[in-house]
Write a protein that binds this ligand. Sequence first.
Ligand code: T46
Length: 134
Amino acid sequence: PMGSVRLIGLPVVSDPRGDLTFVEGGNHVPFQIRRVYYLYNVPVDSERGGHAHRELEQVIFALSGSFRITVDDGRERREFWLRDPRTGLYINRMIWREMDAFSQGAVCMVLASQPYDEADYIRDYASFAEQTKY
Ligand code: T46
């Protein structure tokens, strides 16, 4: 199977005031968090992603609403529906990802291991597939 992609469950502290979830870099996620970004106001027919990263590791959450992530390691494709704010999808380096089927008002938060660097992106699928051959 695809060992480079897995769901990560975060702690939740619930009491009558509501639920609280927390995340610690190097503990709940397997890297130090160097960047956080989020997607919102996403049209429901939007398609995002469509690239892989040479070095970046990330964990992706649906803080509100839901969406689909399709991941591809060059051999196998898998689909995940994110809809629970306490469950993130860890994606290691060299995994192609596509995101779609955003629900109305969905908020996607991403924890990343590195600052933004356009040179880290592989945006051409054929080139990605070539680099994952062994
Ligand atoms: C990923 C998926 C899940 C920045 O300037 N800084 C940033 O930290 C990011 C993430 C993006 N940008 C700029 C680069 C582009 O001009 O924002 C613009 C839109 O980025 P992009 O088309 O890459 O957005 P998505 O949603 O397709 O992809 C993003 C991340 O880039 C990517 O790493 O895995 O979310």
